[in-house]
Ligand binder design. Structure first.
Ligand code: SF4
Length: 233
């Protein structure tokens, strides 16, 4: 990290260690670990993100690009980073709905804040709230069986994410070869996590997330020193 500014960072996929999960943020240029956190394994990954960011803030690190695993995208910290000017790079969430129309089959107009269904019905949307299509229109729709399993008298609903604009940008990125290549830029962090896992083993040494976080920080410091040594050699 030079001049307190991180050009790349990424919060990894967590690694399970005996009832806990280890999370690290790594500088993709230098491969140095910038922050780490250990949380109970039953906590969602995105809860680690504010802790990692707080650690980096305390070091005066400004994130210019943040490469995430998808599991971290539910954190409001992602929006905080984006608002602070970081470019978010992450595979977009995949819309799934069994054999029925997925969200991708609906046209979202984020500027007009509307969504149009495959049958041409349009509804207004609010970010962070589910939109429900007009029940009468859905009841009469010839595509109903392909769209929803809701009982008659209930319209199809679609979840509109708080960060829908970001998701749209990521979906567009996923459609291009250069965009997909950018998703792969985070690979060195997998190696960084594997290396710290090898060093610490897969059994948590202590009881409690706090002590295990300190233990992971200790391992990260040694790993960073090794990296610095290799670079200097
Ligand atoms: S069931 Fe409703 S939301 Fe689905 S295509 Fe028909 S009108 Fe549109």
């Amino acid at each position: 990290v030079e001049d307190g500014e991180m050009r790349h960072s990424r919060k990894t996929k967590s690694k399970r260690i005996n009832g806990y999960k280890r999370h690290v943020a790594t500088d993709l240029d230098s491969k140095a670990i910038l922050a780490c956190s250990v949380l109970p394994a039953n906590r969602p990954e995105h809860e680690a993100l504010p802790k990692l960011k707080a650690d980096m803030d305390a070091q005066g690190i400004r994130v210019a690009e943040a490469h995430f695993d998808r599991a971290y995208m539910g954190s409001p910290t992602v929006d905080e980073l984006a608002k602070a000017g970081a470019e978010i790079v992450c595979k977009p969430w995949k819309a799934r709905n069994g054999d029925h129309f997925t969200k991708d089959d609906f046209a979202l107009d984020l500027r007009a804040r509307t969504i149009t269904c495959p049958a041409g019905q349009t509804e207004a949307i609010e970010f962070g709230r589910a939109v429900t299509f007009d029940a009468d229109a859905c009841d009469a729709c010839p595509m109903r069986a392909r769209c929803t399993t809701a009982a008659l008298g209930n319209g199809r609903s679609v979840n509109i994410l708080p960060n829908e604009r970001l998701q749209k940008r990521l979906r567009l990125m996923a459609q291009t070869k250069s965009g997909r290549q950018r998703f792969r830029e985070r690979v060195p962090v997998e190696q960084s996590l594997a290396r710290i896992s090898h060093r610490q083993g897969n059994n948590a040494r202590y009881n409690g997330a706090r002590k295990n976080t300190y233990d992971t920080r200790r391992a990260a410091i040694i790993q960073n020193l090794e990296i610095a040594q290799q670079r200097a050699a």
